[in-house]
Design a binder for this molecule. Structure first.
Ligand SMILES: Cc1ncc(COP(=O)(O)O)c(C=O)c1O
Length: 426
């Protein structure tokens, strides 16, 4: 390399550098040289307030995944009973146990999936197709209109193509569905109630345990979409009275592309296999197990269990409320909150608000380089259902904070937003 940069012998680390990947010979050295020669610009790192969409990877999760990848005794196919398969199987089953510990259930009640979408599809189609194959199929499902598309789309398909009927609970202006309506909707042929634990757009926390108890009394299957609540609320499948429950690791500092479906012992015979093949995961989801992602999810669950949930809720709520107070103080009637204003009934990290007279998507396009949040359909798909006008819906944005955010970031984000809005002509 010295022929390219004769001055470089001054750098003592030189002997180690050839190990770095070099697409262009000398590029890395050149870059280091330039950085050393130029005064370093002081730049503030961008802010991430989009944790309901996805979270950054917990470094301990990353380390557990690296440790697994570096283990030369655990790379085999976990279905095969030899040393390399056994090592992989051990890692897989340890991870399944970690997820089960988080859910407070047994490990053979946990199926690894590719994420929340697959878990919801598995629960809904699994119940529906098993019912269709029975002598007297039940073809009625109860849900709500503020569910994630991962629930609404399978339901729409069951109605359009498989003769099912779906009743939807109404939702009030704070984003809560009316559990009392369950009784009105209940029919002889009601098979399943499928509802989210907490809403991903505005954070309303639903009375899931009570609904689960009612479902048990009526002998109706109960599926809980806990994708957005996991990591922010305690998830105990017995206390929630859930028969089926969906998780997705990337919502709680785990890797993307892996989730889990809890299937309670006692109802497992009522759920059809989701992917047929060589019979992995108790014949429910065939295909060679994705051990590395399972390891990441297991470690993410372990980290959640090790955390004091009450103090992490307090920390996120303090930051979230500070953001809201700063925006409200500066913008007055120009900003309005969407969803519940009751702190105990809204996810501790979620602030969905509307900047009246402004377009949420414009704000994201202007500020997105420095501040990550959600605007547009992903955060306002259900706002119209809360009885909000179109102005409020168009101006809505969702800020969702996470475990790694700081007060300094909240202050900087509030200033960025207020300055941007105040410089605009409405
Ligand atoms: C409530 C809820 N359910 C399901 C999903 C789908 O999860 P995944 O992205 O892991 O497929 C999401 C994702 O945002 C969600 O918020």
């Amino acid at each position: 390399m010295a022929w390219l940069f004769p001055e470089l012998p001054e750098l003592p680390e030189l002997p180690e550098l050839p190990e770095l990947p070099e697409l262009i010979p000398g590029f890395t050295l050149g870059l280091i040289f330039l950085l050393c020669e130029q005064p370093m610009p002081i730049s503030t790192p961008p802010i991430y307030f989009d944790n309901n969409a996805s979270t950054p990877l917990n470094p301990q999760v990353a380390q557990a995944m690296i440790d697994y990848l570096s283990d030369t005794t655990a790379f085999g196919n976990p279905s095969l009973p030899h040393w390399a398969g056994n090592g992989a199987k051990q890692a897989l089953e340890h991870s399944r146990q970690q997820v089960a510990d988080y859910l407070h259930c047994q490990s053979n009640e946990v199926i690894f999936t590719s994420g929340g979408t697959e878990s919801n599809n598995h629960a809904i189609y699994g119940a529906a197709f098993h019912s269709l194959a029975s002598a007297q199929p039940k073809k009625h499902i109860i849900s709500s209109p503020i569910e994630h598309p991962a629930t609404l789309e399978p339901l729409a398909d069951l109605v359009a193509n498989h003769g099912f009927e779906v009743s939807y609970l109404s939702v009030d202006e704070q984003g809560f569905f009316d559990a009392a309506e369950l009784k009105q909707h209940l029919r002889e042929d009601t098979l399943l109630v499928t509802l989210m634990h907490a809403n991903n757009e505005f954070g309303s926390i639903q009375p899931i345990a009570d609904i689960g108890q009612w479902c048990q009394q009526q002998q109706v299957l109960f599926h809980v979409d806990a994708v957005c609540s996991a990591g922010k609320l305690t998830i105990d499948v017995a206390k929630l009275n859930a028969d089926l429950l969906s998780l997705s690791a990337h919502k709680f500092y785990g890797p993307k592309g892996v989730g889990a479906l809890y299937i309670r012992h006692g109802i497992d015979a009522e759920i059809s296999s989701f992917i047929r093949g060589a019979g992995q995961q108790q014949q429910r989801r065939s295909g060679t197990d994705n051990v590395i992602l399972a390891v990441g999810m297991g470690e993410a669950c372990k980290q959640l269990l090790n955390k004091d949930i009450a103090s992490s809720q307090r920390q996120m709520m303090t930051l979230r409320n500070s953001l809201w107070q700063q925006l409200k103080h500066a913008l007055g009637d120009g900003v309005d909150i969407n969803g519940s204003t009751n702190d105990t009934l809204r996810l501790c990290n979620t602030l969905n608000c509307s900047f009246i007279g402004s377009q949420g998507l414009d704000l994201l396009l202007q500020l997105g380089g420095e501040l990550a949040f959600t605007a547009g359909k992903a955060c306002s798909g259900s706002i119209n259902l809360l009885g909000k006008g179109s102005l409020q819906s168009a101006g809505s944005v969702r800020f969702s904070l996470g475990a790694y955010n700081t007060q300094a970031e909240v202050d900087r984000a509030a200033t960025l937003i207020v300055n941007h809005l105040n410089n605009k002509d409405y």
